[in-house]
Design a protein around this ligand. Structure first.
Ligand SMILES: Nc1ncnc2c1ncn2[C@@H]1O[C@H](COP(=O)(O)OP(=O)(O)OP(=O)(O)O)[C@@H](O)[C@H]1O
Length: 334
């Protein structure tokens, strides 16, 4: 079954135009003018149950608007939308029992009361039976090491502690789909890694479908088998991260450290005809650049037998560079 089924989904906002200057502001008082913002333009995609999908794009691309429609917060202007078997904005009460949502920049916990009291309130909101709630809470508290935080008010938690509590809050009713909007924003690398590991395990053990928006491409690399990339309200890529890298990677660099001084001409001679390029950093260290279509082992074989190599490091183009490259150009074929 599909977890998310979206067809030609569109969201337009009508916003007031602000005329410039004092005279403009004065005119605005009497005759307002409006313009239309097309935040999401006829997007279509399907996400099967159990998939972790990254939803990425630059600021203003339409990610949050999509998530808000998928979670029933916003009503689409047009298009078809089925999440977990429900039309989110129509069947809200039944629908929310099957989804969990974490907005990295907003909290679903009550600021001044103990964390566990917030969890108890959420139990009542979602009508989770007490035994199920206890079992699930114990499991999550142990997995995310929240033990001694439970009695503290949310305002006294660090951002990393709060984010771990937000995750628990979103999972107490055992949803089958989890929407995460920037879940690692502002966190240090240790907490980010912990949260990524937790999400991977959740997906593996419970088959939870996860849709994740993020500006941190390490989140995508660590978690997502699939990426949907949005630009100006339109999907410009929908496919695997591997394919994205293969099509858009500018190649790889192989860093060599030699045991004896080596000349640039000698290195170029070794790889002649392959289409690689060399850069000599100093006489003991050089970098070979390979276009992505050239096989690393073939190129390495030419050098390994002929030079005194002490160390080799292969550096791939990272995902951030690839995405930056894509945004500089037009549409991407999946
Ligand atoms: N309530 C609203 N009223 C008017 N325009 C809106 C509203 N919400 C979003 N927009 C506009 O719709 C477009 C898409 O916004 P959205 O917040 O979905 O982008 P985003 O990809 O989530 O960006 P970010 O990464 O900055 O959160 C933007 O031009 C934004 O200004």
């Amino acid at each position: 079954m599909l977890a998310i089924d979206v067809e030609l989904l569109q969201k337009r906002f009508v916003v007031q135009k602000n005329r410039e200057g004092l005279a403009g502001a004065f005119k605005d008082l009497f005759k307002r003018e409006y313009r239309e913002v097309k935040a999401v333009k006829d997007i279509t995609f399907q996400i099967p149950q159990g998939e972790i999908c990254g939803y990425i794009g630059e600021n203003g691309a339409g990610k949050s608007t999509t998530i808000k429609m998928l979670t029933g917060i916003l009503v689409p202007t047009s298009g078809r939308l089925v999440v977990n078997g429900y039309v989110p904005f129509k069947e809200r009460e039944a629908f929310v029992k099957g989804i969990g949502v974490v907005f990295g920049q907003r909290s679903q916990l009550w600021w001044d009361i103990g964390v566990v009291e917030s969890f108890n309130l959420l139990r009542k909101v979602y009508r989770v039976p007490p035994q199920d709630f206890k079992r699930r809470l114990d499991e999550l508290v142990e997995r995310l090491q929240l033990g001694e935080l439970l009695s503290r008010p949310v305002r006294k938690l660090s951002l990393g502690q709060r984010m771990r509590c937000e995750l628990v809050a979103s999972l107490l009713h055992n949803p089958s789909i989890l929407f995460l909007d920037e879940p690692t924003i502002g966190l240090d690398i240790v907490v980010k890694t912990e949260i990524r590991e937790f999400l991977k395990q959740l997906n593996r053990d419970h088959g939870t479908t996860i849709l994740l928006t993020t500006h941190d491409l390490q989140d995508i690399e660590a978690l997502c088998s699939r990426v949907i990339m949005l630009d100006d309200g339109t999907i410009i890529y929908d496919g695997s991260l591997e394919l994205l890298k293969a099509n858009w990677s500018k190649g790889r660099e192989i860093h060599f450290h030699f045991g004896a001084p080596t000349a640039l001409a000698a290195l170029e001679q070794l790889t002649s005809g392959l289409g690689v390029q060399w850069r000599l950093d100093h006489e003991l260290s050089a970098v070979m650049w390979l276009p992505s279509e050239i096989n690393v082992s073939g190129a390495l074989a030419r050098v390994v037998g002929a030079a005194d190599i002490r160390d080799i490091k292969i550096v791939e183009t990272n995902t951030d560079e690839i995405v930056r490259e894509i945004y500089k150009t037009e549409k991407v074929a999946p």
